[in-house]
Design a protein around this ligand. Structure first.
Ligand code: ARG
Length: 574
């Protein structure tokens, strides 16, 4: 099915072309009508014509027969379009008959590498990793739904100097003890102890430094010990991923260590290109356009003065690998906003070196911080960083209370599944429904609320629609059943549902799931007022009842599919 926007744009383009070939009609959804055409103003300005007159001329020229009820010139010279109820009904019927609900695959599929989650070995996953994991998961689902080839990459921090002290600490504890400590997920405790020994004990520190050298030279025993740390940490991350219900698996882990053998080549090739500059003993590239506050050019450190490779060297190797081996056409980095400069500098150097060809996009999908109720960095009452699993467990536990109250008759297993869907969905939706670039305050009460722009509200809305069919003991009307949009509330809901494709495409293009969240919230609200104004089960048998049942069914499908694209479950019963 062709979406409304495309149909309208084609017709409008034909009319605009008669005035100036290729002039953009600039079609926008509108509060005053269904759509507004704004392109008349810039066009009139370019041609030195009166905008209202131009708009009158376009109105006479455009063929919107069978599509629009009315087309009017408004304000300084906009065109207001009001769609005809019959056209809307036909479109909805086509959408309902389509398994994909009108979500068309992209015309130009590319390989998109999504770099997300990326926690660090032997360190707790914090709320920043929560955001990266949740946003990345939604983007992966949105891209896959459009038919792109998506490669998930979990750029786990599993290499570098801290591993010297971590391995020595592991030896001090004994392998068995260390393994059990890590397997219960006390990653931060393990890290802190290693750090404490390193700071307090000179002999330990010397062993740790020697261990780094052994690790880098590929000593088999050292690598085996390192493998224990990595393996235990990844097993723990997997538990968190399973709780979150995200798509990431072990197979998606491409940690920093993977690029280690490629780092020498990065340095050699930058050297050969004449891009490397010695700066305070370090080997650096100065990409043009990056300066500090004083206006001095900023270096991207590739190799440190002690001979070790910087974080940037790994990111450069990763870009090369993604372009050359994976054939990436686009690379998305779902990484916190504080790393913006690092990433932009890496992209700039990769372009200079020719590793990131012009046709390949690298995008930093930056996100803001999660704040505590005091609007400062989110910490526990004791002042330590908040463990992500603790948050999820708390959300699920609180949801379980709610579920038990609402459904005392349900069996244990079903209730547990519901609580998980509700609690995890609440946390995810709260994260995704915020403008991703902004900070947000983590407020468990608000995210679990059954009212307002929350995950639970949408899940309940979906279950409420499904419940109409259960209560009425009716099946949804067969695909392609005719629809009638007689009442304003029916029309408003129908028009809203038809914007699903636009909302999904918008969220995907801007890499911002909150656009889809907003759409779903508005859809649930539109359904709510439809349901208040238009009896469904109580409507007299006939075309009206059938049409309303079809609208309800389509609403439930759109809500479930939309939530699914965000990685949020939509149980039929809540
Ligand atoms: N491990 C890093 C951290 O915890 C994030 C890595 C982001 N991805 C990247 N390619 N640099 O901050």
């Amino acid at each position: 099915m062709t979406d409304i926007r495309t149909i309208l744009e084609e017709r409008l383009q034909a009319a605009f072309d008669t005035v100036e070939a290729g002039a953009d009609p600039v079609l926008r959804p509108s509060d005053h009508a269904d759509f507004q055409v704004n392109g008349t103003l810039p066009l009139a300005k370019r041609l030195g014509r009166n905008p209202r007159e131009l708009a009158e001329g376009l109105l006479a020229a455009v063929d919107l027969g069978g599509i629009c009820e009315t087309v009017e010139v408004s304000g300084p010279g906009f065109l207001n379009l009001t769609l005809s109820a019959g056209f809307l009904a036909d479109q909805l019927q086509a959408m309902a008959a389509d398994e994909a609900l009108g979500l068309a695959p992209t015309a130009d599929p590319v390989t998109v590498v999504v770099d997300y989650s990326a926690p660090n070995v032997a360190k707790e996953m914090h709320v920043g990793h929560l955001r990266s994991t949740i946003i990345g998961d939604a983007l992966v689902r949105l891209l896959q739904a459009a038919g792109h080839e998506v490669v998930r990459e979990n750029h786990v921090g599993d290499w570098g100097t801290p591993f010297g002290m971590l391995i020595e600490h592991l030896l001090d504890l004994g392998e068995e003890e260390a393994t059990s400590e890590l397997s219960v997920g006390d990653l931060d405790g393990f890290y802190r102890q290693a750090r404490a020994s390193f700071d307090a004990d000179e002999a330990f520190a010397a062993r740790a430094r020697a261990r780094v050298v052994l690790l880098q030279s590929g000593d088999p025993e050292t690598l085996r010990l390192w493998g224990i740390l990595v393996g235990q940490s990844i097993a723990y991350f997997d538990e968190v991923y399973a709780k979150l219900g995200v798509l990431l698996t072990d197979a998606d882990v491409v940690g920093e260590s993977f690029y280690n053998p490629m780092l020498e080549g990065v340095v050699a090739d930058l050297e050969a290109l004449g891009l490397l500059v010695e700066n305070d003993g370090a080997r650096c590239v100065f990409p043009p356009g990056f300066a500090n506050r004083q206006g001095d050019p900023l270096p991207l450190i590739i190799r440190k003065s002690d001979g070790g490779y910087g974080y940037a060297a790994t990111d450069l190797a990763a870009i090369r690998d993604r372009v050359d081996r994976l054939g990436a056409g686009r690379i998305l980095y779902v990484v916190g906003a504080p790393q913006a400069q690092h990433l932009q500098m890496c992209f700039a150097v990769a372009r200079l070196a020719g590793w990131l060809p012009e046709g390949v996009e690298a995008v930093h999908v930056a996100f803001g911080s999660v704040l505590g109720p005091d609007r400062k960095v989110f910490r526990t009452r004791a002042g330590s960083t908040v463990k992500l699993v603790d948050l999820l467990d708390e959300a699920v536990a609180r949801a379980a209370g709610e579920v038990a109250e609402r459904n005392p008759d349900l069996d244990e297993g079903t209730r547990r599944d519901m609580a998980r869907a509700l609690g995890v969905g609440a946390v995810k939706y709260a994260d995704l429904s915020n403008d991703r670039a902004k900070d947000y305050v983590f407020d468990m009460d608000r995210m679990l609320a059954a009212q307002g722009d929350t995950g639970p509200y949408l899940q309940y809305a979906h279950a409420r629609v499904r419940n109409i069919f259960a209560r009425g003991e009716v099946d949804p009307p067969p695909a392609g059943s005719p629809l009638v949009l007689a009442e304003p509330a029916e029309r408003a809901l129908g028009l809203r549902l038809l914007r699903f494709g636009d909302a999904v495409a918008g969220a995907r293009q801007a890499a911002d799931p909150h656009r889809l969240c907003l759409f779903l919230y508005e859809t649930a609200s539109a359904f709510s007022s439809f349901y208040d104004h238009c009896p469904v089960l109580k409507a007299p048998d006939g075309p009206t009842r059938l049409s309303r049942l079809a609208l309800a069914d389509l609403t439930a499908r759109v809500l479930a599919r939309g939530l699914g694209l965000l990685g949020i479950e939509a149980p039929d019963r809540m």
